[in-house]
Design a binder for this molecule. Structure first.
Ligand code: ADP
Ligand code: MG
Length: 777
């Protein structure tokens, strides 16, 4: 059933060629006990390895059950070793970190035998060699004779047709040798046993047939056999190690070197710790920045003013300031950089409509401010007198009358109503200090800062006789009534064609066209962050301005001004381009001077600016409408900075990750060297190259997951003292926060990197020649 036909195996080292097997032809019977005798180096082991499929012949053929092995692939050899052959070695070759029972079941584990069947068969085999009591022991707890019995049980467990024994008693005393020989003799009743031995007496005593070897050739055969060419159906069950088996194998191995494993994990977790802490910190800082942004910055509207700043033009004029001087003596007339960067936005009804159409999900509040001149009078001590909402000095406000183009906001602060007409902006950012929130368009409010200060000039302009630092009762202010007078009541036309303000304030106030505005409340900012959103002083609803414009746009003075090339108040010619300002001052501008768009949250601001950018598509430079996004400038700066710092720090930490990857590669390589014997044993039991790679991949997986978890754990623990220190230094609490997703990601990265680092040495291990591996001590 087993035929060696003209087998040759030569080893060439340097210049010398050793003929380990030189044209060997032997036929074996299905059941017999054959002893191979011969001097050391005569090729006995080489032949045994050849028969067992651990080594390949150079030429000739090995015929198994009538089937040539010339066309055998690696996987066929693996299956053959696993199914048909059992090995017994002089030095037992027991895997030291596995228990006795696990050693015996290993061959069946490789061929995927179910665990119950596996255990039953292994127990049977252990009973047969008389070791059933020792099956849960570790190899180190057994004697040499016992270990050889374990090896026999392992060879036997799979019930192989061929049992190969290479000097099985070489390391044993005489008595134990006889016990082992009895056992082998017993096994030879059911199978072919081929035993290599140095000991001619044992061979004579126990075996049926003795073959003598010398220098790779058969000298003598005591009972040669001419085999009949039987070609039975020869089928081999393929072997395959599950990753779970590989894990278990690696795990028990790792357990035998706990200290080293822990140190390795710790060392390679340092990179992970570094990255973990950096991520935790940047995560916390980013959260702080984000919350500040959405609290503070989202309150800042995107603003479109009649005079905007073209940031692109501003940048270009800066960039041209290189260090090269012009030649010649002539000079060039040039606008200042600030002036050329100035952009006049042509705000018209079309644009207003466009802004009105902005998505509700992006912008929560829209404020259209008309730089409307309010004609205001108020009764003080029984007498009506003109008043203003402006926070500026009265004289200054009057000065503006002469040159309305310099108007900076005739009224006080304008607060936006949301698109349903509700005053959610006020409710969100301001609390009631006294009185109540405004309800109607004609309700006025006073804005106080966090120290309850209300602008002195604003109060003076309203007609209150107050000094700096003077304390006022809220009740004195709430309920203050101001009359809003229509242009036609306020201005008189002179025979010269110019207009002047009328003098009879009582008459204006009592006109049916006058509206009564009432101060209904004093509001104070809710948090530091929203302080300054509205200027300290009088504030009114943006829709009030619209109402005034509607009332005044067709007034006599507005109609006259619209048609005139002169300022109808002063009689002076109008400066180019200031007509719209003049109309605004007269409360007759139909388009707003400022549009403020309050994004829903910080994120939606991009949608707002994108929408505004879309309007400018394909428009000439003059027709473009530029907006000012102050919050955007600030946040893109801080966000970018944070990202940059994070990347740099992660870069540094990543270097230590690479270092630990190299370290893992070295450690795996050491492990491969240490476990060379085990690789040989596994191969003898039918393990494939892949399975061996798997064993080491499993080991590095354990190391990788372990160091990942360890690193994340340490990084997490460090965040606690780090937060204490940071709170002392920066006043920010809980800055370092390890995001659980980052933790998972880091463990995965650690595992992948470690497996990558260990994979190359693992592959090297799998390629080790089994025959050489088993020869190694
Ligand atoms: P035995 O088992 O009879 O002592 P071996 O089969 O181990 O002898 O070796 C036969 C010959 O082949 C010896 O000369 C040995 O040095 C040589 N040999 C065995 N394996 C190798 C190898 N991998 N490389 C080179 N020479 C080898
Ligand atoms: Mg030998």
């Amino acid at each position: 059933m087993l035929d060696l036909k003209n087998i040759k195996k030569y080893y060439t080292v340097g210049d010398t060629t050793t003929k380990a097997l030189d044209d060997v032809s032997i036929s074996f019977r299905e059941k017999e006990f054959v002893s191979i005798l011969g001097a050391s180096g005569s090729g006995k082991t080489t032949m045994l390895n050849m028969i067992g499929g651990l080594d390949r012949y150079d030429s000739g053929d090995l015929v198994i059950n009538g089937q040539s092995t010339k066309t055998f692939k690696d996987s066929d050899w693996d299956a053959y070793r696993n199914n048909s052959v059992g090995f017994i070695f002089q030095n037992y070759n027991i895997i030291t970190h596995l228990s006795i029972i696990d050693n015996v079941t290993m061959g069946m584990t490789l061929s995927g035998v179910g665990s119950e069947e596996k255990i039953t068969k292994a127990k049977e085999a252990l009973v047969r060699v008389g070791l059933e009591k020792h099956m849960n022991k570790k190899p180190a707890q057994l004697s040499g004779g016992q270990l050889q019995r374990v090896a026999i049980a392992r060879a036997l467990a799979n019930d192989p047709e061929i049992l190969l024994a290479d000097e099985p008693t070489g390391a044993l005393d005489t008595e134990t040798s006889h016990e082992i020989m009895d056992l082998i003799k017993e096994l030879a009743k059911d199978r072919l046993v081929i035993m290599v031995t140095h000991n001619p007496e044992l061979a004579e005593e126990y075996s049926d047939r003795i073959i003598r070897f010398n220098d790779g050739v058969v000298l003598d055969d005591s009972d040669p056999y001419q085999s009949g060419e039987v070609n039975e159906d020869f089928e081999l069950k393929r072997t395959k190690m599950s990753f779970w088996t590989a894990l278990k194998l690696s795990f028990t191995n790792i357990k035998t070197k706990k200290g080293r494993t822990f140190l390795t994990m710790f060392a390679s977790s340092i990179g992970i710790i570094g990255i973990g802490i950096v991520l935790a910190l940047s995560n916390g800082f980013q959260k702080q920045i984000d919350s500040t942004q959405s609290e503070t910055l989202s309150q800042f509207p995107v603003t479109i003013s009649r005079v905007g700043l073209d940031s692109q033009a501003a940048m270009q004029s800066q960039a041209s300031g290189k260090n090269n001087f012009a030649k010649g003596q002539s000079v060039t007339a040039k606008k200042s950089a600030a002036e050329s960067a100035q952009h006049i936005n042509k705000l018209d009804q079309k644009y207003v409509d466009y802004v009105q159409d902005i998505k509700k999900s992006a912008a929560k509040d829209l404020a259209f401010s008309y730089t409307t001149g309010f004609n205001l009078v108020r009764q003080v001590d029984g007498k009506y007198q003109p008043v203003t909402f402006s926070n500026q000095d009265q004289s200054q406000a009057q000065g503006q009358m002469g040159d309305p183009s310099a108007v900076v906001g005739v009224g006080g602060a304008v607060y936006p109503t949301d698109r349903q007409g509700k005053m959610s902006f006020l409710h969100r950012n301001y609390q009631v200090l006294a009185g109540k929130y405004p309800q109607k368009k004609t309700d006025l409010i006073l804005i106080a800062d966090q120290h309850n200060n209300v602008n002195l000039n604003a109060l003076k302009n309203l007609g209150f006789d107050v000094k700096n630092d003077q304390n006022l009762k809220a009740s004195k202010l709430i309920g203050t009534k101001v009359k809003l007078v229509a242009n036609d009541d306020f201005y008189q036309k002179l025979p010269t064609g110019t207009f002047v303000p009328a003098r009879d304030y009582a008459q204006m106030a009592n006109s049916s066209r006058a509206k009564t505005l009432t101060v209904t409340g004093i509001l104070r900012t809710k948090s530091k962050n929203s302080d300054g959103l509205l200027a300290n002083g009088v504030a009114y609803n943006d829709r009030l301005t619209k109402e005034v414009v509607d009332q005044n746009k067709n007034s006599a003075i507005a109609t006259a001004q619209r048609a005139s090339q002169q300022n109808v108040l002063t009689g002076q010619p109008i400066k180019a381009g200031t007509q719209p300002d003049l109309m605004a001052y007269l409360g007759a501008a139909s388009v707003p001077s400022t549009i403020q768009i309050y994004p829903k949250s910080f994120k939606e601001k991009d949608q707002v600016t994108d929408y505004l950018d879309k309007y400018n598509h394909g428009k000439s430079a003059d027709d473009k409408i530029v907006y000012n996004d102050l919050a955007g400038n600030i946040s893109s700066l801080t966000g970018g900075l944070m990202d940059a710092i994070t990347y740099v720090l992660i870069g540094f930490a990543a270097i230590s990750l690479v270092t630990s990857m190299i370290m893992i590669a070295i450690i795996t390589y050491t492990s491969v060297l240490e476990r060379t014997k085990e690789i040989g044993v596994l191969k003898a039991l039918g393990a494939r190259k892949k399975d061996i790679t798997r064993v080491f991949d499993a080991e590095t997986t354990i190391l990788g997951v372990g160091s990942g978890i360890l690193g994340v754990l340490i990084a997490w623990l460090i965040t606690f003292p780090a937060n204490v220190v940071l709170e002392k230094v920066t006043d920010l609490s809980n800055v370092a926060q390890l995001n659980p997703w980052h933790a998972v990601l880091l463990i995965i990265i650690s595992t992948i990197l470690t497996v990558l680092g260990g994979h190359v040495p693992a592959r090297m291990g799998s390629k080790k020649d089994a025959a050489i591996a088993l020869r190694s001590e």
